[in-house]
Ligand binder design. Sequence first.
Ligand code: ADP
Length: 591
Amino acid sequence: MVKVSRKSFRTRIFFYFFVIFVLFTLAILSFQYQREKKYRSSRLENTLDYTAQLTERFIERNQLISSGNLSRIHEIREILPGESTRITVIGLDGVVLFDSSVEDVELMENHLDRPEVQKALLEKTGSNIRKSETTNQEYYYYARQYPGHFVRIAVVYDIEIRNFLKAGQFFIVFIVGAFAIIGLILYLVTGQLSLAVTRLKDFSVRAAKDEVIESEVHFPDNELGIIGSQIVRIFHNLKNAKDKLALEQEKLLNHLNVLNEGIVFFNKNKQKTLVNRHFIQYLYFISKESALNPEDIFRMEEFKRLNEFLLANPAGSSVIKPDALPWLEYVIPSGDRFFKVQCIIFQDFSFEVILTDITRLEKRRLMKQQLTSNIAHELKTPLASIKGYLETMINHWPVPPDKQRYFIEKAYLQSERLTSLINDVSLLNNIEDAGELFRFKTVMLKEIVDDVHGNFADRMNLHSINFRSYVSDEIEVKGNESLLFSIFQNLVENSINYGGNGITIEIRVYHSDELYYYISYVDTGNGIPEEHLSRIFERFYRVDHGRTRESGGTGLGLAIVKNAVQLHKGEISVRNRPEGGVEFLFSLSRK
Ligand code: ADP
């Protein structure tokens, strides 16, 4: 970039001004000079004409030609002002009859071809300026025709510039004065102008370098200054707007990064404009290779549908209305995870792609789907039984009273099953979906265990089951009484139902730390076949269907236990004891 300093700007203006002024002055001078020359020439010509007539009158009066006494003409020459006046008398045939500067006129060549003589021959008078071959000086020749001869007067031609300048001294002074005054005015005006230009230049250089520019740049009070101030003001407005936009973008990006969704924005040329961390992470996971650029989605198989969608809506293909933006949504399964892909095309054909990890939701949805069909299936069996007993009675009515009682008792039992099934399902749902509704308080674990023992005392006696609790009074957990009760109730019920007769149940707190009590629940019964161990906490999972039905179990008992333990921030596991029976190990939060 050419550095324009204030000085050079001013110098340049001066230079232009000077050149124009000089040209202008020269033009005026030359015009004046021409006029002056013309004026002086005509004055000179008048004088010469006057001299010619004077000479002619002198010749005529003294009859000089007929007397051949032309040399008397010297008398006139002597009384004429200036010594350079040369008088020549030439015959109409061009023969020089007399010349004041030449003694031997006979030796002079014929003068008929002299331009002034030629002109005089045609128009009576004629003039010409040329160098004299005799004196080597420039002469102004003037010839006039008279009857029988020409009189030619010549003077040294000295209308020189020097003389002219001398004559035009005043004019020159005037011109120089005007130059000085205009120059001074120009100096002052350019001072103001160049100040504005310099400020503008400084400003533009600093703006280009992205340097900090103070909000007030002072400009002189003239048009250029006003333009300068406006430019700086507009620049600051734009810069403020740009800064604000950058801040908003940063906020947006921060916000996007906090979101659990992966988001990327593309312009209509499929170039990324904004992307958050999650998008890169999800893309990396989906691609299984090293797809780290958001632009990679345009070539990935998983995003085929997205690309087809974009192809169907190419930039500029139609007018997009703000309330009907083209929109696509589908799910990509990837390994054991699921991602929802959403794409929205905006009015300017830029678009955003959103990736949402819906693994949990999707799994939950699949589970709920399965659960619903399981529940329906589980409900069908007792309902079908109840219907069957009632139909039998209706179809065989009158039924003997003892049979009646039998069927009604059977139907009642099934309705009990239905009730407990529905209770278990709703309890599980509550734990899962509305865990926060269970009120937690400090609970003495021993009281819970004792309550459960009390509840099942009769049944345990019936099966000769030995119940031993080693839970001491000081064990306190932070929990919900009814859920804690459910945990032990389900475990004990299972031991009774599946453990067999004559077994022993033992409950103890085998370890504790600052946060948890670690509890062991043991029964010495049949145990659970190894292959089923990993799945018994699943809903409706049963080891032996026949036996479970008999026992009235819903298949939800251990699922309730696991969920209740987890709601108490604990974990649960199960193992078969080497000496027979099963052991459940779980933790419960103290705080
Ligand atoms: P249910 O409500 O049908 O009892 P659970 O989820 O409580 O279902 O138990 C799942 C399965 O685990 C039962 O069907 C049973 O076969 C087995 N089971 C649970 N506890 C014991 C145990 N203490 N001894 C032997 N088998 C058990």
